[in-house]
Ligand binder design. Sequence first.
Ligand code: FMN
Length: 432
Amino acid sequence: MAFEPILLRNAGNPAVHEVSGYRKAGGYEALSKALAMEPEEIIDAVKASGLRGRGGAGFPAGLKWSFIPKGSEKAKYLVCNADESEPGTFKDRILIETDPHQLIEGCAICCYAVGASTCYVYIRGEYVAPALTLERAIADAYEHGLLGEDVLGSGFALDMRVHRGAGAYICGEETGMLESLEGRRGQPRIKPPFPAIVGAFAAPTVINNVETLCNVPHIIGRGAEWFKSLGTDERNTGPKVYCISGHVERPGVYEYPIGVTLDDLIAAAGGMYRGRALKAYIPGGASAAILSDEQSGLPMDFDSLAQAGSMLGSAAVVVMDETTCLVRATLRLAKFFAHESCGQCTPCREGTNWSEMILARLEDGRGSESDIDLLQRITTNMSGTALCALADACVGPVRSLVTNFRPEVMQHVEQGCCPLPRQSIFEPGAVS
Ligand SMILES: Cc1cc2nc3c(=O)[nH]c(=O)nc-3n(C[C@H](O)[C@H](O)[C@H](O)COP(=O)(O)O)c2cc1C
């Protein structure tokens, strides 16, 4: 499927790491244009484009920006979420590593639009190379007057800093991230108040994902109508960077208009690994419900996947072939959630651990049919009852396993063991 990349257009052109190279490629023109606009016009353009957050929930970006109180002298912040903690997700790393100024430009336009004079990029601790790349690019942007006291001579002042986390899933959750940014343990806050009113350092704060902000210069530069011309419909617009991992020949990031199908993505990734058959897939990161091979023709957009009972999430697509045991795969995910639960609230702390324990029992062949019903009950009790969406993240794959793939779980019960041979990519001959 041919598509001229937009967000990844500068991948393979390291010259864009410097302001001069990025400018040669058309960079910072959108920022100049934005600084000549009224802030409200920018928010309207982002609203009109239909841009939805690329961090997981798909909340409309322009609408979020419009919640920031106007006309107050109080400090306001933008916190760019570069924690990228959802398993299977690696698009933000690539966006930062290949084109750091695209993100800086998007952040600067957002700050100007909402009246923020400080931007923090909260990046996960393991992302050492991207953090250094971004820090170098930010220093270069200061030197060229693109950040600092007087951005491009407009009178607008903007400070930008990279803040490195220590690597915790919960610090990707926006309020856990704010706690961590402020120097405390990363534990989510009760909402409301939402960060747009009481955010970083108790001030109004916009929180957006890296990819969301990278889209902004293109919306300002090429217009909302152009942006809307990409995608499935007016609620699912723009380009999308999909992360493909698992049983495909060429795992990696692939950019397409939002709404391509899994079949398209597998074809782009060189086909199924060793020509094996597709069994199931996770469309949007570890917290998305698992879908079956029969659903591979669904448009990979926010609404189509929600209608199918799953979600686009962070667009981390995990492809699983016929050799995959779905109980084992789900157990691995439950283990992750149990480990990463911050423990602050009971449904999450207990529910993630119970999910792991019961799945381990089933996978080992020590489970019974009543365990399947128990998993149904536990996941029901975890849904919407915790402070943040981490508990619901665990519910996604676990509940889809017991509802969509119950016969496979029952096989474990009836045979008293996992029906599929245990294999790993580290076994000799498993990877060519
Ligand atoms: C447990 C958990 C982890 C999350 N991790 C991330 C993350 O790593 N990156 C991200 O952008 N959003 C993450 N989110 C979503 C953020 O809370 C928030 O919705 C997002 O950063 C908003 O940006 P957007 O509107 O541009 O998508 C996470 C949410 C939860 C509940």
